[in-house]
Design a protein around this ligand. Sequence first.
Ligand code: DOR
Ligand code: ZN
Length: 378
Amino acid sequence: MPLSKLQGVKLPASADFHVHLRDGDMMDLVTPTIREGGVNTVFVMPNLVPPVTTVDRALDYKKRLQAIEPNVNFLMSLYLHETITPETIIEAKKRGITGVKSYPAGVTTNSSAGVVDYAAFYPVFAEMERQDMILNLHGEVPSQGDVTVLSAEERFLPTLKQLHEKFPKLRIILEHCTTAAAVEAVKECGPTVAGTSKSVPTLNFPLVPRSYLTTLDVVTAHHLSIIIDSWAGDPFCFCKPVAKTPADRDALLRAAASGNPKFFFGSDSAPHPAASKRGGEKIAAGVFTQPYTTQLVVDAFEQACQNGVLKEEDITPKIIEGFMSTFGRAFYGLESEQKEFITLEKKDEKVVNILKSDKVDVVPFRRDQQTWSVTWSA
Ligand code: DOR
Ligand code: ZN
């Protein structure tokens, strides 16, 4: 039984606050699929090779993305790196960079130049706090000793709390959270007051405060449906942080459907050429969802209603709108009124088997399976 009340529902365009669009041939292939997922605003990750560590490079990257898809608003980020100084942050703010992404060294794709010691960046965080720039955290510790991919996120949570305590006005996002423990940690952090006490009027929502501090951007599309067993048997479900237990997934579903503005959407769509997912040296971490972002979230909510994790009456258009559009836009201080709309429909659409150009290919999450359809409305 489809979530029938969503049939034909019109919603403001979605916003996706965590995307990997790569560069070169892969960028050319995946960037035009952003709007297919019902999305008109994206926050772009900087883990290119080499990583985007200067404002000039970030703005140059933005130009190339805009040339491919002028109808998407690209918000850019810098890669937290030893060459980034408080002066870089001042320049970044002036020239329109939105956030700084921190990758712990060695935990995921293109993270070898990442952070080893957070304390070394305290002067940078202090400047970010002054400039009201967002810190986007990949919240894992490296696997070593008794830490594995299963405990890596939970073991990071004390660092999140420490950063929050040390920089109480710094707006922090714990990206792609995958555990019930992280959901609780995010709820416990903030809100803070000074400097961020503005409120943003939003369509259909009276006032969403910008004063909440640490939020969980990426409840991703795929972590709302997969668990350990999914990636243990299928490299196309393997990503970092890895999906965890059914109880963790259900906590994410409940957070996403809760209407709490601390939780909003970021797909973490992470394309890799099909061959690098199918073996060789090491399987690349990343799940590609870009053309189906909104659709996959609605699929996951629908599945959760069927499994009794969520109740049908709780999945209202307004709940979806908050999670997919309003809350993230408010946190990032974007326009409050959407001028573009999408319509959801359950038809016979199936996720394509593979996306390819004559240069590169990528296999999407849940290939060949049925999904919702999204069309742009006037
Ligand atoms: O699975 C992932 N893939 N996690 C990340 O943090 C990075 C991403 C990528 O760039 O492929
Ligand atoms: Zn990512």
